[in-house]
Write a protein that binds this ligand. Structure first.
Ligand code: FES
Length: 106
């Protein structure tokens, strides 16, 4: 039976405020982003043409894709110009100093 599963990634201390850090829990490309001290996790793949978002520019909670400048809110995953499009978001929690990412059905 499958269900949500918490997968450990990297040390929480390695995700500095304003940083985007790629991780690969169970091979899934996830980008950890810290904004104003709060950790967010989004898919490391743009919904436009699947560019990795890890090289994008982060300003506040807005992440701009390095390929064609689509902008996303990392808190919700929404594409700012058309919120019905969004990148996947993942729940996170910290245990024993490690960031755990929830993979649904993993
Ligand atoms: S692939 Fe991200 S904007 Fe085109």
């Amino acid at each position: 039976m499958s269900g949500p599963r918490w997968v450990p990634t990297i040390d929480d201390a390695k995700v500095r405020d304003g940083a985007c850090v790629p991780v690969y829990p169970k091979g899934v490309g996830v980008l950890l982003v810290r904004v104003d001290g709060k950790l967010h996790a989004v898919a490391n793949k743009c919904v436009h043409m699947a560019c990795p978002l890890e090289g994008g520019k982060l300003e506040g909670a807005t992440l701009t894709c390095p390929c064609h400048d689509w902008r996303f809110d990392v808190r919700s995953g929404e594409f700012l110009d058309a919120p019905e499009l969004r990148i996947a978001t993942f729940a996170t929690k910290v245990e024993d100093g490690k960031v755990l990412v929830e993979l649904k059905g993993a």
